[in-house]
Design a protein around this ligand. Structure first.
Ligand SMILES: [Zn+2]
Length: 377
């Protein structure tokens, strides 16, 4: 396992690209950031907004997929107040939405928006989650489909010309092996999680296409026929940043996770993915699979935005990465309908044994030190 020399991203992240100097693509993009002609990009954005207004025939000009968190709060207010668009917000609610997630979504709507909230069938959701846990060691995987596809579906159904997404992970995570680092969000479905956006692999075991309508990305021909465009807002506006979006949204009523404890959730920022607490369990699984979890993502943003040094970031990663309280694991087991013993029997299969070994207490313990290249053999 090799680490980026500038941040703490390991090369175990799928589709991440390093250059010859062992620096990740996300760090290279962030070096370019101050030199980008932002005025030009914002002009392009205004042009797209103008195009959307003329094509909406007085209806909604754009769809914004929202969770009510820091990014979607910024996005919604930006497209309305800065671009002068009339947005329709689309939310795909997680089955086990947290109380603070519910409050944040309500806070956003109260700023004066129309919202369509989609709630995929929870029985199907649970069945797919369990299957994905067994087959991929990643139970969130199928849930990402309706999360992203829903904005496109609604745009198509209501003939809304523009879909506005937040950030392009090709740029912010450096996964340029999977996606283009540009402003075109039509290629969302190529992101590693939803790999093509085709639901076929989730069919079977009693699940039919009619159960997965909100999971299926509309096909590109269909979208092109009605002339729908999709953009990543982060590509066009200099203001987009993690901290910037958080500060902006907090000043407009966004709340963080109450009683936030990094030892229980494996991250220090109380504003990171707050709508579904049980995702913490999935972050721990990702840590055991790839050797990095939630706080690695978090500190990499902070290092690139100059808020902490690489050393401080590494310290936080070594302290908190992969942390997840037993309470969350038990809660997830109860929710999905398995015993904790079965949970570990499945999870153990997915642990990268070159990176982890079982200690004398029977717990997985990392062999590597974050930030230091590690020979897996
Ligand atoms: Zn990096």
């Amino acid at each position: 396992m090799k680490y980026c020399k500038k941040c703490v991203q390991p090369d175990t992240r799928p589709s991440l690209v390093f250059d010859k100097e062992q620096v990740c693509a996300a760090c290279r993009f962030s070096e370019e950031h101050p030199h980008i002609d932002w005025k030009q990009r914002e002009k392009e954005l205004q042009k797209i907004a103008e195009w959307a207004r003329t094509h909406s025939n007085g209806g909604f000009d754009c769809v914004v997929g929202v969770s009510g968190g820091k990014d979607s709060t910024f996005q919604s207010l930006y497209v309305r107040d800065r671009l002068g668009l009339n947005p329709l917000l689309v939310n795909c609610a997680p089955d086990n939405i947290s109380e603070v997630g519910r409050q944040n979504l309500e806070n956003l709507v109260q700023h004066g928006f129309d919202l369509i909230s989609i709630r995929p069938n929870p029985q199907i959701e649970r069945a797919l989650s369990l299957r994905a846990f067994r087959e991929y060691g990643n139970f969130v995987k199928p849930l990402e489909y309706p999360l992203y596809a829903s904005a496109f579906r609604i745009a198509l159904n209501y003939r809304i010309p523009l879909v506005v997404q937040g950030e392009n992970p090709a740029i912010t995570l450096g996964i340029i092996d999977a996606m283009e680092p540009d402003g075109n969000a039509m290629n969302w479905k190529n992101s590693p999680t939803v790999a093509g956006g085709n639901i076929d692999e989730w069919l079977g075991e009693g699940i039919e296409p009619k159960n997965l309508i909100f999971y299926q990305f509309p096909n590109t021909d269909e979208m092109e026929r009605v002339n729908i465009q999709a953009i990543f807002l982060s590509y066009y506006t200099k203001e987009w940043s993690n901290t910037g979006n958080t500060q902006f949204s907090v000043s407009r009523g966004l709340r963080g996770r109450p009683g936030h404890d990094p030892n229980k959730v494996g991250k220090t920022n109380p504003y990171f993915s707050i709508d579904a607490d049980l995702k913490v369990v999935n972050q721990m699984l990702r840590y055991l699979k790839f050797g990095f979890g939630s706080i690695t993502d978090e500190v990499c943003y902070d290092i690139r935005e100059g808020r902490i040094t690489r050393e401080q970031g590494i310290e936080l990663v070594n302290k908190y990465d992969g942390k997840c309280s037993d309470g969350y694991i038990m809660e997830w087991c109860k929710y999905i309908g398995i015993e904790e013993k079965e949970f570990w029997a499945i999870a153990d299969v997915w642990v990268n044994k070159r990176l982890f070994h079982k200690d004398e207490w029977g717990k997985w313990s990392q062999k590597f030190t974050a930030g230091e290249d590690f020979n897996e053999e």
